[in-house]
Design a protein around this ligand. Structure first.
Ligand SMILES: Nc1nc2c(ncn2[C@@H]2O[C@H](COP(=O)(O)OP(=O)(O)OP(=O)(O)O)[C@@H](O)[C@H]2O)c(=O)[nH]1
Ligand SMILES: Nc1ncnc2c1ncn2[C@@H]1O[C@H](COP(=O)(O)OP(=O)(O)OP(=O)(O)O)[C@@H](O)[C@H]1O
Length: 715
């Protein structure tokens, strides 16, 4: 949820980290800002999609002093110091920046030392030797890769994390305006592809975020323009606009140019002539793999949506795991950005489609954003779903909270506490605040059967201090500033929760009328609460039991995202100083032989989730690691309707299709995210003939052995 790091932040002098007085900017809070026209309109998407409003204080005084003010600010806290003079469009961008897990400016000096020569756009813009890239990127197995569509279904279980060393395009620090291109922008016929509308779109994007001046991003923009030319959205906008908005969302969380480029191209494989190889040639394997990953995710998501698969909790759980495990976490990030923009423009679709999308988003994508720790997207997705799925409750809640929300309250509460702490000589790492989102309030009311007046954490502050002693001292300060609500003090430091969660919680009354929850913890405790056993995503998912595989996968995915997105990387400085929580191995330099790296085909002990489509019905099935297609077939087993009276498989099972291609080897190992079709589209009339042929083979003794022991399937 909150805040605070950008490269500009790291470039600020360490002395300013915790001690500088901060002016808190005002901000647009859709729910609370009564002056906002959008807030009062029931149909306003803005009011429902607004993220929580995190406000942060902590060494940000020089945050906006960098020359790259726009990009650095865009990837920083939404509500930190000195944004008053920003343009309204930039402020719009900033709305997207309230991120969950980050509050740390603990070692800016280190980052400064490490990164101050780098592009302000991304700390990871440095060139990375190609030896870091996993070999699979270029040495592709040809057996299942004939044609573009088959590519979509191949090789997705590559190292989810190997990809984190993939920065082919990251080295570009070239910053260009639209008219300064150093490469030709012509199509195959030598026609200048820079259509006026595209030029305008790009110019506007460049005003909103510096990364759109990056040469590779501009090139991708024009490739996307070519690919989607003539294609319109249901809203009537050119399709290209969706590509730009998707990329903008990514840029706003600090994603580097590789991810932004892939964001621009994310639909090209599905919607146009553009092939994997074309993207590979023009943008490198990193981008091509990401686009391919997004494409695969889109196809699975469509299948799930059409089959209403995620309405079953077990299958939804498997889908969350599958999505994160089968593709690079950055592909999930792009898919989330794509979905967020689609949700923002959902009004253009038919009511039936709106419901379907909203349902799937709530079941699959919001939880994924939660797992990745991208709180701002999670909040927006949930609020938009809420609005479409329960419009009456949504309206009611909006109206109710419009009357009680007070945005100024949090900013002034932060100021008050900041001053009091200073007076007492208590230093802190982070002081931040947030409004609870509309959907989160609604869910809490339902879950705990409470009225809105009984929710005490609609307004919340979080204070991160140096040590346990300071936690208690700060608690005393909090209680001296505001009056304590009796019975609401919880000391999870002395008495940690069963999952190890530690923090002090208290509820106080601001102005004697509005409850304010204050959480106080150390950096270590905060890290545990974000990344550790007590991680917030797990807390939010409830009493689920997770396999170690799932836990490891989410941990990795979060690390990948955190390390690739500056705005989410606030915890890095914490982590570097933490003894108890270390990344599974050192990012971003881990390589194939890193013992901790995720190797799906060797060290992975499963399980594997596979999409099975049978008689046009989709299910997500779990198999032990190393299961084969043959194992999948045998699961149906004799006695099932799909086995003929002779005990041999009927024709359909003899030609199962794996990832859209006929299976050539039944010993083929199933991989996370594989799609197995058990009902190939064979015309009915051919079945009888085919079964007879099988029967003849069987009679001649050429038949296959019993299920489960079938040997290789020809090839
Ligand atoms: N990361 C993490 N956060 C937690 C956990 N438990 C509680 N929290 C945070 O602490 C807040 C309040 O928790 P509690 O004080 O235990 O409150 P409660 O009794 O569950 O309910 P309320 O007082 O109604 O919020 C939650 O809203 C979370 O933000 C946990 O296990 N992990
Ligand atoms: N008092 C607080 N101050 C600052 N941030 C908070 C505070 N309480 C929760 N958060 C953060 O706000 C984000 C959204 O949390 P949300 O309000 O949806 O749920 P929660 O408060 O953690 O849990 P619950 O709804 O069960 O009480 C999370 O990232 C959470 O860590």
């Amino acid at each position: 949820m909150v805040v605070a790091t950008t490269i500009a932040l790291y470039a600020s002098p360490p002395s300013s980290v915790c001690s500088t007085p901060h002016q808190i900017s005002s901000f647009d809070l859709d729910l609370s800002s009564r002056s906002s026209s959008s807030s009062s309109s029931p149909s306003s998407i803005a009011s429902s999609s607004s993220p929580q409003k995190p406000i942060v204080v902590g060494g940000l005084s020089s945050l906006f002093s960098s020359a790259s003010v726009k990009s650095s600010s865009s990837s920083s806290s939404s509500y930190s110091t000195g944004v008053d003079d920003f343009s309204s469009s930039l402020r719009d961008d900033l709305k997207d920046l309230s991120l969950t897990s980050s509050f740390c400016y603990s070692s800016p000096a280190k980052f400064r030392r490490d990164h101050h020569h780098q592009s302000p756009i991304s700390v990871f813009h440095g060139p990375v030797s190609s030896s870091c890239s996993p070999p699979m990127r270029t040495a592709r197995d040809g057996s299942f890769r004939v044609g573009a569509s088959s590519r979509l279904f191949h090789g997705f279980v590559r190292k989810a994390l190997g990809s984190c060393v993939d920065y082919e395009l990251g080295s570009s620090s070239v910053s260009l305006l639209v008219d300064e291109l150093t490469f030709p922008m012509e199509d195959d016929f030598g026609v200048d592809t820079r259509k006026p509308y595209a030029r305008d779109l790009l110019r506007r994007a460049q005003l909103r975020h510096e990364i759109f001046k990056d040469e590779s991003v501009i090139k991708a923009f024009y490739e996307a323009e070519k690919a989607h030319r003539g294609q319109m959205r249901a809203s009537g906008d050119p399709y290209l606009q969706h590509c730009v908005e998707t990329a903008m969302l990514l840029a706003n969380i600090g994603a580097n140019s590789t991810v932004v480029v892939a964001g621009l191209l994310h639909d090209t494989m599905d919607d146009s002539f553009m092939s994997y190889d074309y993207i590979l040639r023009n943008f490198g394997a990193g981008v091509a793999d990401l686009v391919e990953g997004v494409s695969k995710l889109s196809q699975l998501s469509k299948l799930a949506r059409e089959n209403n698969t995620a309405c079953k909790t077990v299958e939804a759980d498997r889908l969350h795991t599958m999505f994160l495990a089968m593709a690079d976490a950055r592909a999930v990030l792009i898919k989330l950005a794509d979905r967020l923009h689609n949700m923002k423009t959902l009004y253009a679709l038919s009511p039936v489609k709106q419901q379907r999308f909203a349902k799937e988003t709530l079941e699959i994508f919001a939880p994924l954003a939660n797992r990745l720790g991208i709180s701002t997207w999670k909040v927006q997705l949930e609020n938009l779903c809420f609005k479409h799925l329960h419009p009456d409750q949504h309206n009611e809640m909006s109206t109710m909270l419009e009357d009680s929300f007070d945005e100024a309250m949090i900013t002034s509460a932060i100021e008050k506490l900041e001053q009091a702490l200073k007076k007492e000589g208590i230093s802190y790492h982070v002081l931040c605040g947030r409004h609870k989102s509309l959907y989160s309030i609604y869910s809490k009311m339902l879950k705990k059967k409470l009225t809105v007046d009984e929710i005490h954490d609609i307004h919340g502050l979080r204070l991160i201090v140096d040590n346990e002693g300071d936690c208690y001292k700060a608690l005393g300060v909090v209680h001296s500033v505001w009056s304590e609500v009796p019975g609401k003090l919880k000391d999870y430091i002395t008495d940690p929760k069963f999952n190890g969660y530690q923090s002090l919680h208290t509820v106080v009354m601001d102005n004697g009328t509005v409850p304010l929850e204050v959480q106080i913890r150390t950096q270590e405790m905060h890290l545990q609460a974000e990344f550790g056993f007590a991680a917030h995503w797990r807390y939010k998912e409830g009493d689920c039991k997770y396999s170690s595989f799932v836990l490891q996968m989410v941990e990795w995915a979060r690390w990948v995202v955190t390390w690739h997105c500056e705005a989410m990387s606030k915890d890095r400085s914490f982590i570097s100083s933490s003894d108890t929580i270390k990344p599974p191995c050192k990012f971003p330099s881990h390589s194939e032989d890193c013992p901790a790296s995720y190797k799906p085909n060797s060290s992975q002990d499963g399980p594997v989730y596979v999409i099975v489509i049978e008689n046009d019905k989709m299910s997500v099935q779990e198999f032990p690691a190393s299961s084969t297609v043959s194992d999948l077939l045998s699961r149906a087993g004799p006695g099932s309707s799909r086995w003929s009276m002779y005990g041999i498989p009927a024709k359909e099972e003899l030609r199962p299709r794996l990832n859209q291609r006929p299976v050539s080897d039944l010993k083929w190992k199933l991989k996370m995210g594989d799609v197995v079709e058990l009902t190939p589209p064979i015309p009915d009339e051919s079945l009888t003939e085919y079964r007879e042929e099988i029967q003849r083979m069987y009679d001649r003794g050429l038949a296959f052995s019993r299920p489960g022991t079938m040997d290789g399937w020809g090839s």
